[in-house]
Structure formats: structure tokens, C-alpha cells
Design a protein around this ligand. Structure first.
Ligand code: 6CM
Length: 254
């Protein structure tokens, strides 16, 4: 029921909460469309299971260009007691970032383009023996309308983080390039629960996370693959645990 080859930004934009206009809105539409497609693409034989833990599954596809590791990464996870909105909001909103992202020295917003879109500059922690990396990316959150293709979905949200240039993002280290997305869908368990009667115990959030990263320069492939193998499961575990803890006594937001 999840598969549909005919996504376009016009048929996934939520009618009740369309995105705010700004100078990079078309690029945001394109990245949303591309990442919705990546999220729902089938895992074929060219993907390897990197890690499995409960309902969390992380796959990678080995890919190198000129000796630089580009391994795309795809993860799916199911987390209970939270909604897609809560997951995506915590992933997007910079004020929570340092509470869950252990790979960073710092992060800051360089420019707010709209209430749902800003330019983020982040410094990654240095990983020995590689040179330190930073990233500068547009971060955009939006409500999706996937009701036409997923039965039982009571609210879908997406965050896309994709690299952009910005005059205020000067840096002395190496700039990594990213195209990352977190897409979440809320379901109710049991499925016939009335939305207005649902409690946190009825919430099931399905997560699709896709990361394309270019380290921006050579790093020994064994080092970068070891970092990914350690850090992506840690991130998904820590992030989802943090969202569950943060919202446990709060009213539900779809
Ligand atoms: O998605 C994650 N975090 C977001 C908020 O911070 C944001 C960041 C994405 C960065 C993705 C990883 C880029 C890796 C670039 C190459 C670095 C090479 C370092 C040298 C190592 C030897 O979307 C969670 C990110 C979890 C990262 C593992």
C-alpha cells in the first residue's frame, strides 16, 4: 500500500497546511518530491543490512566516486507513543538539536527564510584521523498528504536537509554535502480508534530516514564506514528515545 511511482510535490502537499513561500521554495518542492520517492523505494538486492535492532533497520548501498565513499543510507523504524509531527518537529527545530545529535560541536541558524525553512550551519565533531567537517544546509519541514496512498495514515510530515551555499557560512575546515530526509507517518493502534479518543498508547509512528552524504574530500573508506556503522544506529536510538521522553506528558500534536 506504500508504493506509488507517481509522486509529485503537488499531490503530496498538505491541503490544510501548505508550505510558506520564500526564494528557495521551488528547490524545497523538488527536494521533498525526490526524498518522498527515496523513502518509499523498495530495498533491492543492492542494499546491505547494516544494522537491525528491534524495529529499527538500517541499510546502506556501497558507492564510491574517485575513492570518496558516498554510501547512501536508508533506515526504517517504528516508534510508539509519538506522532509524525512530534518526531519531525524535534528533528527540525534547532533548539533541540544538541540534546540528541552527539556528532556535533555546534549548530546555528544563518537565515530564516520562512517559519518552516532556515539555513543551518553545523560543525561536526572531529573524527581522528580525518580533518574536521562542517555542513551548511537548508532545513525545511512540511506536512504531507499521503492519505491517497497509505491506508490508516492520520498525519504525515517530512523534514529535508540539503546542502546550500550561504555567504555567512565561511569555514576553515572541509565542507561535507548532504541530502537527508526524515519522513514520518502516524497510525493508530487499534486502527479503528477514533482520533478524538486516542491516547499516547494508541500512537504508532513509522519513520523513514534517508541520508546521502559526500564527505567533501578523501577519508579512508574503512574509517568513514566504521563511523557510519557506529553513528547512524546511535543517532536513531538516541533521537527516537529523546522524542518519546520529551512528549510523554504533553498533549498530542498531529
Ligand atoms: O540527520 C542527522 N542529523 C541532522 C541534524 O544534525 C542533519 C545532519 C546530517 C549529517 C549527515 C552525516 C554527514 C556525514 C558527512 C561525512 C562526514 C565525514 C566525517 C569523517 C569521518 C571519518 O541531517 C543525523 C546524522 C547522524 C550522523 C551519523
Amino acid at each position: 500500500a506504500h508504493k506509488d511511482a507517481s509522486f509529485s510535490s503537488s499531490n503530496t502537499i498538505s491541503k490544510d497546511m501548505p508550505p510558506h513561500p520564500h526564494r528557495l521554495i521551488q528547490e524545497c518542492h523538488d527536494k521533498v518530491e525526490e526524498n518522498v520517492r527515496y523513502s518509499f523505494e523498495n530495498i533491492e538486492s543492492n542494499w546491505d543490512l547494516l544494522h537491525q535492532e528491534g524495529e529499527m533497520k538500517i541499510f546502506k548501498m556501497e558507492q564510491e566516486i574517485d575513492g570518496i565513499v558516498l554510501d547512501p543510507l536508508k533506515a526504517t523504524h517504528t516508534v510508539r507513543k509519538v506522532t509524525a509531527n512530534e518526531m519531525c518537529r524535534m528533528f527540525w527545530d534547532l533548539k533541540y538539536r544538541m540534546d540528541w545529535d552527539g556528532t556535533l560541536d555546534w549548530c546555528k541558524s544563518l537565515e530564516t527564510l520562512a517559519p518552516d525553512t532556515f539555513v543551518c550551519h553545523q560543525m561536526m565533531r572531529r573524527v581522528w584521523p580525518a580533518t574536521q567537517r562542517d555542513t551548511c544546509f537548508l532545513s525545511h519541514i512540511r506536512k504531507l498528504d499521503l492519505s491517497h496512498q497509505t491506508q490508516g495514515d492520520v498525519g504525515s510530515w517530512i523534514v529535508v536537509n540539503y546542502s546550500v551555499d550561504h555567504p555567512d557560512a565561511a569555514s576553515k575546515c572541509i565542507r561535507a554535502k548532504i541530502n537527508v530526509c526524515m519522513l514520518c507517518q502516524t497510525f493508530l493502534d487499534p486502527p479503528d480508534t477514533k482520533l478524538e479518543n486516542a491516547t499516547r498508547d494508541n500512537l504508532v509512528c513509522k519513520i523513514y530516514y534517508v541520508a546521502h552524504a559526500n564527505p567533501g574530500g578523501w577519508v579512508p573508506s574503512s574509517v568513514i564506514r566504521a563511523v557510519y556503522k557506529r553513528e547512524y544506529p546511535k543517532f536513531l536510538r538516541r533521537f527516537s528515545g529523546h522524542v518519546v521522553d520529551s512528549f510523554k506528558n504533553k498533549p498530542i500534536t498531529y
